[in-house]
Design a protein around this ligand. Structure first.
Ligand code: DUC
Ligand code: ZN
Ligand code: ZN
Length: 465
């Protein structure tokens, strides 16, 4: 056997199935051996006392996305993927956003152009379909799915993105025919509008009222509607960013009926609450936490854990959607002071997703290491068709994160690499930290520093399903 390029020695190798103390041998970017003891490697990493986990896959991130007049997203592909690498990830899945009335294929090409040559971790693109016109449904969408863009997101809210029920059914029908997976943002447009207008009439316009304008009922109703439409058309769907008990129970109900309904949740729904949206001393400070769906009541965290433990959720993603706080092109946009309705929706989280799940889940004894690996990597690869990704096995890409399971860290903006100027988890204490991230056999982040190069991350082409 020719010499290994790299041997990772002495760590505990964890997959979704098991844990075993073993060396990992890597050649040409792939795992070629897992054994008790491997000899003959050009380079070695001593992983004694560390866990070797599959590199994190974050299948729901927004990067460099067009975000409305005068609003700029805080991350480009370089900063977002550098932050991802530092946070133990080796692959992220952002969206190519189709603006209504424009070509979906051109959107895909434009976002690929933004990513090309700039990424520190691998990237596989989803699409956002905002325009269910005959040309999109009849030609563009089927041909893009055939080209390997096998997942896309649709919205049940937002003026510029919302699809009507008929359009949702039409899009689901294309997905069924072409074998694509539809990710659904479940919040009901009309109910949110009704509540927003009423709150504004009452002068309740501070960031906190964002949460009041989008209560759990609104998410539950939309989740039920999306599930019903999916059943009607007989197509699998992924309900993204489930925030609390109400929507979680809709998913559980659908799964119990045998429907192919997948679900995702995110760190904000096990750690933050609607109270975080209240201005704390400083006017508009609650804007830092404005995201959709909004964080719920503290009791809701237990419901999300129930879903994580019972297998209602298959993926745990960040929904990274970063805006700078102290910036007129970000959370402090002048219009945002007139109403919560104009505060850009989204929070940064690409770098903190994994430590939060590890600490709150594994270190606190709520989930096993195997479940952590499933939720953070393996299931993302399986569901979105990422071959040779999401596990540590011979033949797989050598995408590995070495974790110190006992390391205590306090999340602070100053240690992060994202483009935002704050983190919603400032001061949050965790146990367990990713210390080295390896992409196709090359170290891309270690000891809190990003050491890879832009362009090392590839834009992956997926196979039609
Ligand atoms: N939905 C997302 O998935 N991300 C940010 C904002 C939103 O509404
Ligand atoms: Zn969404
Ligand atoms: Zn999102």
């Amino acid at each position: 056997m020719t010499e290994l390029d790299l041997a990772i020695r002495g760590g505990t190798v964890v997959t979704a199935a098991d844990s075993v103390r073993a060396d990992i041998g890597i050649r040409d970017g792939r795992i070629v051996a897992i054994a008790d003891r491997l000899e003959g490697a050009a380079r070695e990493i001593d992983a004694t006392g560390l866990l070797a986990l599959p590199g994190g896959i974050d299948s729901h991130v927004h990067i460099a996305q067009a975000a409305g007049t005068g609003i700029v997203m805080a991350d480009d592909f370089a900063s977002a993927t550098a932050a991802a690498a530092a946070g133990g990830n080796t692959l992220v899945m952002p969206f190519a956003l189709q603006a209504r009335g424009t070509s979906l294929r051109e959107a895909v090409q434009a976002y690929r152009g933004l990513a090309e040559g700039r990424c520190y971790v691998d990237v596989a693109m989803h699409m956002i379909v905002s325009d269910a016109s005959p040309g999109v449904l009849g030609q563009e969408l089927p041909s893009l799915v055939k080209d390997g863009y096998t997942s896309f997101k649709v919205f049940m809210t937002y003026d510029d993105l919302v699809l009507s029920d008929r359009e949702l059914l039409q899009v689901f029908d294309v997905a069924r025919r072409e074998g694509a997976l539809v990710m659904v943002h479940c919040e009901g447009y009309d109910a949110i509008r009704f509540l927003t207008e009423r709150l504004e009439r009452e002068g309740r316009t501070a960031p906190y009222y964002h949460a009041v304008s989008r209560p759990e009922i609104v998410e539950r109703e939309a989740a039920h509607r999306a599930i019903s439409h999916a059943e009607l058309v007989d197509v699998p769907i992924m309900i993204v960013h489930v925030s609390g008990r109400e929507a979680m129970e809709q998913v559980r109900w659908a799964q119990a009926r045998g429907l192919k309904v997948y679900a995702e949740t995110c760190p904000q729904y096990i750690t933050l609450t609607a109270e975080d949206l209240r201005d704390a001393g400083v006017e508009m400070s609650g804007a830092k936490y404005v995201c959709s769906p909004p964080p719920r009541e503290a009791e809701s965290h237990a419901a999300i854990w129930e879903g994580l433990v019972q297998g209602v959720f298959q993926t745990f993603s960040s929904d990274h959607c970063p805006f700078r706080y102290d910036d007129p092109a970000g959370k402090l946009t002048p219009r945002g002071r007139t109403s919560f309705r104009w505060v850009p929706n989204g929070i940064p989280g690409i770098e903190t997703r994994l430590p939060i799940l590890f600490s709150e889940g594994v270190s606190k004894g709520r989930i096993s290491l195997q479940r952590f690996v499933e939720l953070s990597s393996t299931n993302h690869a399986r569901i979105y068709g990422l071959t040779r990704k999401g596990s540590i096995a011979v033949g797989y890409d050598a995408d590995i994160a070495l974790w110190d399971p006992t390391r205590r860290e306090t999340i602070r903006q100053e240690i992060l690499h994202h483009g935002a100027d704050y983190t919603p988890w400032e001061g949050f204490e965790v146990v367990g930290w990713p210390v080295t991230t390896i992409l196709r056999g090359e170290v891309i982040a270690e000891a809190g520093r990003v050491v890879g190069t832009p362009g090392q991350g590839r834009i992956l082409d997926r196979q039609p399903r």
